[in-house]
Design a protein around this ligand. Structure first.
Ligand SMILES: [Zn+2]
Ligand SMILES: [Zn+2]
Length: 452
């Protein structure tokens, strides 16, 4: 049996030796971006790489997820290392898919490169022989919560139970045997240095809204119509008027878009659709803001006499990393880069479905450098492949080694000290309770609530 540091050194050398293959994976995914639950090419690349490295795996989990297992000979905890398969839709990104407009403007291609690199390092060195327990290599779908209408249609067809990748994987039981989970996101923020752990992230719920008016000739008889766009505009103004009531400490973000604003310019708009997130630091703060948003949405319908259908959908839970896992990640990041290049940051106002995992098991979602540009913007690029692809590969693999070395003492210790915020059943019940469809008639003031 190798000494721990000897094993870690061997893994880092293997990742460096595999540099060409790891970079090729990251670059190929950058060139082939796919939106969530549609990541078929990316999933195949992951599955093929697992086949090459003789890692047994399952595919098609929550539509596109790929789960490989490096099974230990000695029983112990299971650590899941994760990477996200999906891209965003940023049509003017230079690497955007010309047909779909999909683009990797959040660096998830680097996550998969890092995940595959970690797998290569662990397999090349037969690391599992010196460890207790198992390592799951999990490429997960649909972290970006987008194309809400499309995903809702999958839900209504019974193909999904939730609209995000990790909630769906939890629901389907693909994390039931996992005890701890880790993934690393890529960042472009110099303040976060080369590696950062994050105190917490906003959670969110998601809303799909449809104003229904009455079409009429926009020039000769607008008085016979009911203008759904005007109703939506009043609702948006009413939402903006709530903002002074949001407490700074709750980090509320409400950012609606109009996805359909009318059909023909000479017809009074009768079908106008919005999507919005309601984000916040705690579940209570999110629900309070959501209550106000609903009130504002009804106000638009009431002012114009339109109907509004408000679909409220579970989004992601606020992220709460396990403190011991954060310390362990920082320990290895400091070995790789030195303490001056590592930092701890406060609350972040974006959301991730790693928050959902963090509610049911000890997990960690740090961030590592290597990108430039604006996150989710058309100039977001991987600028430093060693940092974005290779360093996370090492950090993930070293974390797994530290957790499972020495009869998995560290993993067992972290699990025993960790009190989950929710059990899996409590989590699923909480998220399922959020699903709601309300139809409010602004003419009569009548409201009807039902399942989505
Ligand atoms: Zn993103
Ligand atoms: Zn992301």
């Amino acid at each position: 049996m190798r000494a721990r540091e000897e094993l870690k050194q061997a893994i880092c050398e293997s990742v460096d030796r595999r540099r060409g293959e790891i970079e090729q994976i990251g670059d190929r995914i950058m060139e082939n971006p796919e939106l969530g639950f549609k990541e078929f090419k990316t999933a195949k690349l992951v599955a093929d790489t697992m086949t090459t490295f003789k890692v047994p795996h399952e595919t098609g989990l929550a539509i596109t997820g790929v789960r490989g297992v490096i099974k230990g000979n000695k029983p112990g905890p299971t650590v899941a290392l994760m990477g996200e398969l999906d891209s965003l839709l940023v049509a003017d990104h230079p690497k955007a898919d010309s047909e779909t407009g999909a683009a990797h403007a959040c660096g998830h291609n680097a996550q998969i490169a890092g995940l595959m690199g970690a797998m290569m390092g662990l397999v090349d060195t037969d690391a599992i022989d010196d460890l207790c327990g198992s390592i799951v290599i999990f490429a997960v779908p649909a972290e970006e919560y987008v194309e809400v209408e499309y995903r809702l249609s999958l839900l209504r067809d019974g193909e999904l139970s939730f609209l995000g990748g990790k909630p769906e994987l939890i629901q389907k039981g693909h994390l039931d045997d996992v005890d701890l989970a880790a993934m690393i996101h890529t960042h472009r923020d110099p303040e976060l240095k080369k590696a950062a752990v994050i105190e917490s992230c906003n959670g969110c719920i998601v809303k799909l809204i449809r104003y229904q008016g009455l079409a009429a000739h926009a020039g000769s008889s607008p008085h016979k119509g009911i203008n759904a766009l005007n109703a939506a505009n009043i609702a948006l103004a009413a939402i903006n008027a709530q903002r002074e009531t949001f407490k700074d400490s709750d980090s509320i973000r409400v950012h609606p878009i109009i996805t359909r604003g009318g059909d023909l310019v000479n017809v009074v708009p009768a079908d106008v659709r919005l999507e919005t997130f309601v984000r916040g630091k705690t579940n209570d703060a999110i629900m309070d803001a959501n209550f106000k948003v609903d009130r504002a949405l009804r106000a638009g319908a009431m002012a114009i006499g339109a109907k509004v259908e408000i679909n409220t959908l579970p989004g992601y839970m606020p992220l709460q990393d396990d403190r011991n896992l954060q310390k362990l990640f920082l320990h290895n990041a400091e070995l790789l880069f030195g303490a001056a290049e590592c930092t701890e940051t406060g609350h972040r106002t974006g959301s991730t479905d790693m928050g959902d995992i963090s509610h049911i098991m000890p997990s960690v979602h740090p961030s590592m450098a290597g990108a430039t540009g604006i996150s989710h913007g058309s100039n977001f690029m991987i600028a430093d492949k060693e940092m974005a692809y290779l360093a996370p590969a090492k950090a993930l693999a070293l974390l797994a080694v530290d957790l499972l070395y020495d009869d998995a003492a560290t993993a067992r210790n972290i699990v025993s000290q960790h009190t989950p915020l929710m059990s899996k059943d409590e989590y699923l019940a909480y998220q399922n309770r959020i699903f709601q469809k309300e139809i409010y008639d602004g003419e009569t003031g009548h409201s009807r609530k039902s399942a989505v």
